[in-house]
Ligand binder design. Sequence first.
Ligand code: HXC
Length: 273
Amino acid sequence: LSTMSSKAYVQPLVESTSVFKDGLFNGKVLFCTGGGSGICKEMTRAMMRHGANVAIVGRKFDRLVQSAEDLSKDTGRECLPVQADVRQPKALQEAVAKTIDKFGRIDFVICGAAGNFLAPISGLSENAFRTVIEIDTLGTYHTIKATLPHVRKTKGSYIHVSATLHYKGTPYQVHVSAAKAAVDATSAVLAVEEGPNGIRSNVIAPGPIGGTEGMDRLGTKGVDGDQRIPAGRFGDKRDIANTAVFLFSDAASFITGQVIVVDGGAEHLRTTQ
Ligand code: HXC
C-alpha cells in the first residue's frame, strides 16, 4: 500500500491521458451488485468515468446513496442506488425493473456482492457456510437470471468478481473457496450458452488488493504481504477497475469464458523456504 503512488493511478481514469478512450461507454448502462463499496465501487467509478450510467445494488441503502452521490459528483454520470439482497431473487428482479425504468437498458453486469470471514471447517456452522454460498454463488445466479433478458437485447457482457484462494487449499476459507469455484464455473457456462446470443462472460480474480474489506477480514492488515508479491506491492482497487474497463470494451470482444487473474504475479510465486 505504501509503495504505490495513488496519483499515478488516479490520472489514467480521470483525464484524457487515459489509455482508454473517454466516452468509451457513452449511452451504456452498468448494473453492479456490491457497487456501494470496495472493489466494485471502484469498478463502477471507472465505468462512469468512461461514460456509463450505473445502478449500484446492495443491502445497505444509506451507504449506497452516499456512494451514488460521490460517484456522480466525481464523474458527471448518473448513479442509481438500489437496495436489494442478492439472496432474494424477487428483490433482484425489482432492482432490475428500477434500472430499466430509469435507464431503459442494461449493457453490462458486474456480479460482485460477496461475504467473507475467517473460520476453520471444524468451527464453521452449517448456516455460516450456507450464508456465503447464498451470497456469492446463488447471488451470482440470481443476478444472471434477473438481468439476462435485458443483456440479450444489448448483446452485453458480464464480469464476475471471484478470487484466487480456491486454486489451492486456503485455510479458514472453505466457504469462500467453494463459493468462488462455483462462480468461476457458472461464468464459463454462461459464456458458452450465451455466446451465440452475442453475450460475453468473464471472471476477474483479484489477488491481495489493499484497502478492501476482504483483505482486512483476512487479517492481512499491517503484514508485509507485499514482500511476497512479484510486482512488489499490494494491488490497488483501480487495478481491478482498469481490468473491468478493458473486459467490457470492444478490445476484449474475443475474450469470453476466461478467468483473468489480477494479482501482481502472486499466484506464480514459489519460495524455497
Ligand atoms: C464464524 C461467522 C462469522 C465469523 C458470521 N458467521 N461471521 N462464523 N466466524 N467471523 C456466521 C454466523 O454466526 C451465522 O451462523 C452465519 O455466519 C450468518 O451470519 P449473519 O451475521 O447472520 O449473516 P449476515 O448478516 O447475512 O452477514 C453475512 C456475512 C457478512 C457474510 C457474515 O458479515 C458479510 O457479508 N460480510 C462480508 C463483507 C465482505 O467482506 N465483503 C468482501 C468479500 S471479499 P450461525 O450458525 O451462528 O447462525 C471476498 C474475496 C476474498 O469474498 C479474497 C481476498 C483475497
